[in-house]
Design a protein around this ligand. Structure first.
Ligand code: ATP
Length: 237
């Protein structure tokens, strides 16, 4: 098999003296949509923060697109094409939708800003109708679309979506997952971090389950969907 686009080996990390990630390994190949699942406090956001170099790894390594990411700065990570859409969206509420989108191209792909803006607006037509609206006045679902659209402005080689369905109504979750499916079909490589296990497994090809800082299960999403432990622990079946 080809070299993975993202290769995480034995990563340990945490906060202060508290170890949260206890030797996490995972791989993702170009073109894949892989889900990272786990309940509250499992360490999903902590792992994302290590991948984005916001938090240092205490041990282990992260390779992305053939480069060692461990020890680099957040800006270098963004420049390399690993784009993280954080949990809670983190849009700029007092800037317009257009300004938020334009900021997505600040550190990468600035010269292709107009081209990528057209692609983002085509993917999320709701944003097109609201370009001059203050981002903070948009609904939760629209803000999530804006956060993903802003990520797309940087022409990601890998887009990490951290709990995009959090706080959205079931109808909006369905719409959002449909849009993520569209992004995948366009060839984008996506790591989908979710607590909404059923939807994430339906959408992804493979998945990893993180518990207490360990990967406890991994494999084809179809297998995990029919795994009794997964059904019991995460899907209330
Ligand atoms: P959720 O789905 O609830 O967001 P998660 O899987 O993303 O959960 P993390 O946010 O990575 O989990 O948290 C893992 C553990 O690390 C938790 O016990 C949390 O309290 C702890 N933690 C997270 N951030 C910090 C921090 N800045 N300082 C100390 N502990 C932290």
């Amino acid at each position: 098999m080809s070299t993975p686009l993202l290769d995480v080996t034995n990563v340990r990390s945490g906060y202060g003296a508290v170890e949260i990630l206890r030797g996490v390994s995972m791989q993702l190949h170009a073109g894949e949509l892989v889900a990272l699942l786990g309940s509250n406090g499992a360490g999903k956001t902590t792992l994302n923060n290590v991948l984005s170099c916001v938090l240092p790894a205490w041990a282990g390594q992260v390779h992305f697109d053939g480069q060692l990411l461990t020890g680099q700065s957040y800006t270098q990570v963004v420049r390399s094409g690993l784009i993280h859409v954080p949990e809670g969206r983190k849009i700029f509420p007092n800037l317009s939708v257009l300004e938020n989108l334009q900021l997505g191209a600040y550190a990468r792909a600035r010269e292709r800003r107009e081209h990528n803006l057209a692609i983002a607006l085509e993917t999320f037509p709701r944003l097109k109708e609201r370009l001059s609206q203050l981002a903070g006045t948009m609904s939760g679902g629209e803000q999530q679309m804006l956060a993903i659209g802003r990520g797309m402005m940087a022409e990601p080689k890998l887009l990490i979506l951290d709990e995009p369905s959090l706080g959205l109504s079931p109808l909006l979750v369905e719409e959002l997952f449909g849009l993520i499916q569209k992004l995948r079909a366009s060839g984008l490589t996506i790591l989908l971090v979710e607590q909404n296990v059923g939807n994430a497994l339906h959408l992804s090809k493979r998945a990893y389950v993180l518990e207490h800082g360990h990967i406890v299960k991994s494999g084809p999403s179809a297998d995990l969907l029919s795994d009794p432990d997964v059904q019991r622990s995460y899907m209330g079946l």
